[in-house]
Design a protein around this ligand. Structure first.
Ligand SMILES: *Cc1c(COP(=O)(O)O)cnc(C)c1O
Length: 383
């Protein structure tokens, strides 16, 4: 759906087909002809294209989805049951789920209200909290929420002093950068997702892990094929079955080639929103040296229900990411210790709303969104 007469979708996962649909179909056809559906040549080609995109000596290891990417990364980093991994509470559940799924303990840190990303001072408090609970701290997981890189320089300082690793959940931020360094090279290990709605999405599920550590990359390649040794029938560790389908790699190759141009268009949409929305609603523009992948364009408003109703009336897509911070979720409350206040995460859950964002949004569509939002939204006082 495009065109304001038929509404504005939150995300249009098919608009790129007008530009590169034929090229993608030809690459899919090539896979149908050679038939190497698992770890076929397109997977290796895509992994080297991902590594080239990031630059430096980073290796890319693809897998089945962004949640598996986190689990595989945590296993490759040597996380053991009972270990603590610090992560933000205001994020998609998969961040903490991956930690809990392997028997480790997510220790929640708070975020800042302007960036929605983890607050380094709260990470320091969470590390102290883990110590006081007698947990062994394995490392820190940052999340690049809504596409914006987390405060990596501060986080690296903290993890460096502590002698633990820094993992980046970059499911929403592939293509973004900080200080001229691309996402994928900002932490010891980085994961991403190719779920269709992410900035670099495929036609199903997909994910990847990035690291410059050759040993970790080798372990990841073993873990994704049942912990294989020399071959699949020699198993040197307990692994999983988690590969990126050859068909998805074929879809992603032409999409990666146009990603930078699409990010320019996301910047155009974000700048247009920022210019035209009442200033108290717009999130702060990324500073120089920071490029967001704008997975979502998220504003904060104290009368969210009215804004949701007005947008729905106008046929404009919108969503609340995320309505409940993880430390208040039934499955995750057990990991939360009362000593660690997570007030910003709780407050944001009540006031955030994400507006339509994708590279092919037209001026008319942006206009329809801005007019509707500006008519009803009131700024969010007190955050
Ligand atoms: C989407 C997402 C994931 C999980 O990715 P999947 O490919 O859906 O498994 C993990 N973390 C964050 C922050 C996400 O947005």
């Amino acid at each position: 759906m495009t065109g304001s007469d038929v509404g504005v979708p939150l995300i249009d996962v098919q608009a790129h087909r007008r530009v590169i649909g034929d090229e993608i179909d030809a690459r899919i056809q090539a896979v149908l002809e050679h038939g190497r559906y698992i770890l076929g040549p397109e997977v290796a080609e895509f992994e080297s294209a991902l590594a080239d995109h990031i630059g430096g000596d980073v290796e890319a290891v693809t897998c089945a989805n962004g949640t598996d990417a986190l689990v595989l990364a945590l296993l490759a980093l040597g996380v053991e049951p009972g270990d603590a991994v610090v992560c933000p509470s205001f994020t998609f559940v998969a961040s903490a789920e991956a930690v809990a799924a392997i028997g480790a303990v997510p220790v929640f840190a708070d975020v800042t209200s302007t960036t929605f990303n983890v607050d380094a001072s709260s990470v320091a408090a969470a590390l102290a909290d883990a110590d006081s609970r007698g947990l062994r701290v394995a490392g820190v997981m940052a999340v690049d929420l809504f596409g914006r890189p987390a405060p990596y320089p501060e986080l690296r300082r903290l993890t460096g002093e502590r002698g633990v690793w820094l993992l980046a959940d970059a499911a929403q931020s592939f293509g973004a950068s900080l200080g001229g360094t691309k996402v994928g090279a900002l932490a010891d290990v980085t994961t991403t997702s190719f779920f269709p709605a992410k900035p670099l999405g495929c036609y199903g599920d997909g994910g990847a892990v990035f690291t410059a550590d050759r040993g970790i990359a080798d372990t990841l390649r073993s873990l994704r094929v049942h912990g294989k040794g020399e071959d699949k029938y020699h198993n040197v560790r307990v692994g999983q079955n988690s590969r990126l389908d050859t068909l998805q790699a074929a879809v992603l190759l032409p999409k990666l080639a146009i990603l930078d141009g699409e990010l320019d268009d996301r910047d155009r949409v974000a700048a247009s929103y920022a210019r035209r929305l009442p200033t108290e609603l717009a999130p702060p523009a990324p500073e120089e040296e920071l490029r967001s992948a704008w997975a979502q364009y998220t504003i904060t408003t104290s009368n969210r229900t009215d804004v949701q109703a007005a947008l729905a009336d106008a046929g404009i897509g919108n969503a609340v990411y995320y309505p409940v911070p993880l430390h208040l979720q039934p499955a995750y409350a057990q990991f939360h210790s009362e000593g660690a206040p997570l007030v910003t995460s709780e407050r944001l859950a009540d006031v955030v709303i994400s507006l339509p964002m994708h590279p092919y949004l037209s001026d008319d569509e942006i206009d329809a969104v801005v007019t509707t939002v500006a008519r009803v939204a009131t700024g969010s006082v007190g955050i």
